[in-house]
Design a protein around this ligand. Structure first.
Ligand code: PLP
Length: 437
């Protein structure tokens, strides 16, 4: 019975007894109990509802419980719930076609995976096999997933206890607000970050480098919008040194930035594209690699040494078809672009004007971060204690936030309405008005 309080108690009890959670010491955990959701809201068993401005892990781009996607999963379940990856399956073909139709010219094949980490895993494998080289370069400010190579390609703290894969080196990507390069303008940041990358390529040995792996817009690291010319400059360096460029579009793809792919905003085309999350809003776990013809054709006669039992799982495939069709038919990507440009950009800028704790606002589409500082001059990040207080004050006002380090990530579903943004902005405003420091 979803309305009974005992459902809440039983959920907590079973969770504490038997569920081992991600990235956590287990004893002190007190997970938020969710009974259901719809659109931009989730609720608990007591009927209390929250505005979901996290999109969970920035993946419910189409919102919770989109009826067309639910119907498509149910319909596929009636026909065939699972089938081996070596078979030909109509839902799989239709999903792949819809994905490549949105990709640039020269991308015609999709390798499906179970999620984002193994999408990156296989993109790195493809780049290594294509180039005959070993090393993958990626940035310190990145997250690429929690499997063998993907976690070592990751730059943040999660790499360090997991460093068991070889053939990785890291560099600093651009981040003008917290520049590693003493830059004072975005243009200078871009130019110096490119110089640094070229020096890393040369120092690691250009002939050993298979790929540069980049989140087109680094997400968990803080919604780091690439400065002018940076991604084009990376493309040029990759071309000069025969290196494959992999764009990780797991978080930033499929509507998040107000376009189907984030790289469309920067007019740069990679060699491999990885995706997951927004492609079907996570209704069934899935992800994949979109492979350029030049790389895919290597495997016309050569065996591709990789596979997964659930590659192209029919329930996931049916959910991709329905999610992408609904996003197209309902103008959901356009909505994300409009909300970003006309509602979030001015709304968050107004908050920053009013609250000195907001050091910088950056973002695009429905992909924004508020970088919170204890001192606007030194840009000192606020403490974990301040972030903890912010989290509980936001939740107390029925807003489910996405917080990372010293930042509030403002990442609602792409279907978010003007009224829901206004509601969230009022809550952020109220909480940031408290005496937090
Ligand atoms: N790449 C990026 C940019 C991500 O944000 C994530 C997850 O947050 C991943 C890869 C890993 O995806 P998954 O958790 O589906 O394996």
């Amino acid at each position: 019975d979803p309305t009974s309080t005992s459902a809440h108690e039983r959920t907590v009890q079973l969770d504490k007894a038997h569920v081992f959670h991600s990235w956590s010491a287990q004893a002190a955990l007190n997970p938020f109990v969710v009974a259901g959701g719809a659109g931009c809201r989730v609720w608990d068993y007591d009927g209390r509802s929250y505005l979901d401005f996290s999109s969970q892990l920035v993946n419910t781009n189409i919102g919770h419980q989109h009826p067309a996607v639910i119907d498509a999963i149910a319909a596929q379940a009636q026909v065939l719930t699972t089938i081996a990856p070596a078979t030909a399956n109509l839902a799989r073909g239709e999903a792949a076609k819809r994905i490549v139709d949105r990709a640039p010219e020269g991308f015609n094949k999709v390798f499906f995976t179970n999620g984002g980490a193994d999408a990156n895993e296989n993109a790195m494998r493809l780049a290594r096999l294509h180039t005959g080289r070993d090393t993958v370069l990626s940035t310190y400010r990145s997250y690429h997933g929690n499997t063998g190579s993907a976690i070592v390609a990751t730059g943040d703290w999660r790499r360090i206890p997991n460093e068991y894969a070889r053939g990785h080196a890291h560099f600093f990507g651009p981040f003008a607000y917290r520049s590693e390069f003493w830059a004072t303008t975005p243009e200078q940041e871009s130019e110096r970050a490119l110089h640094h990358l070229e020096r890393v390529i040369q120092s690691e040995g250009a002939e050993s480098i298979a790929a540069v792996l980049l989140e087109t817009v680094p997400g968990t690291a803080g919604v780091l919008i690439p400065p002018p010319g940076y991604l084009a400059g990376v493309r040029a360096l990759c071309d000069r040194y025969g290196i494959m460029l992999i764009f990780d579009e797991v978080m930033c793809g499929f509507g998040r930035t107000g376009s189907w792919f984030a790289f469309e905003n920067y007019d740069v085309v990679p060699d491999l594209i990885t995706f997951a999350k927004g492609v079907n809003s996570g209704y069934v776990p899935t992800g994949g690699v979109i492979i350029s013809d030049a790389i895919a054709s290597d495997f016309d006669t050569k065996v591709f040494p990789g596979g997964l039992t659930y590659s192209g799982h029919p329930l996931a495939m049916a959910s991709i078809v329905a999610a992408l069709d609904a996003m197209e038919n309902d103008g959901i990507v356009e909505n994300a672009a409009r909300i970003g440009r006309d509602v979030l950009a001015p709304g968050l800028a107004a908050l920053a004007e009013k609250h000195p704790i907001i050091g910088e606002v950056r973002g695009i589409g429905v992909f924004w971060a508020l970088d919170l500082v204890s001192d606007p001059e030194t840009r000192e990040p606020v403490s974990a204690a301040v972030m903890g207080r912010i989290k509980s004050e936001l939740m107390a006002r029925n807003l489910l936030p996405f917080l990372s380090e010293n930042r509030i990530h403002v990442v609602p579903p792409c279907i978010v309405t003007d009224a829901e943004v206004a509601e969230a902005l009022a809550i952020y405003d109220e909480v940031l008005s408290l005496d937090l420091l």
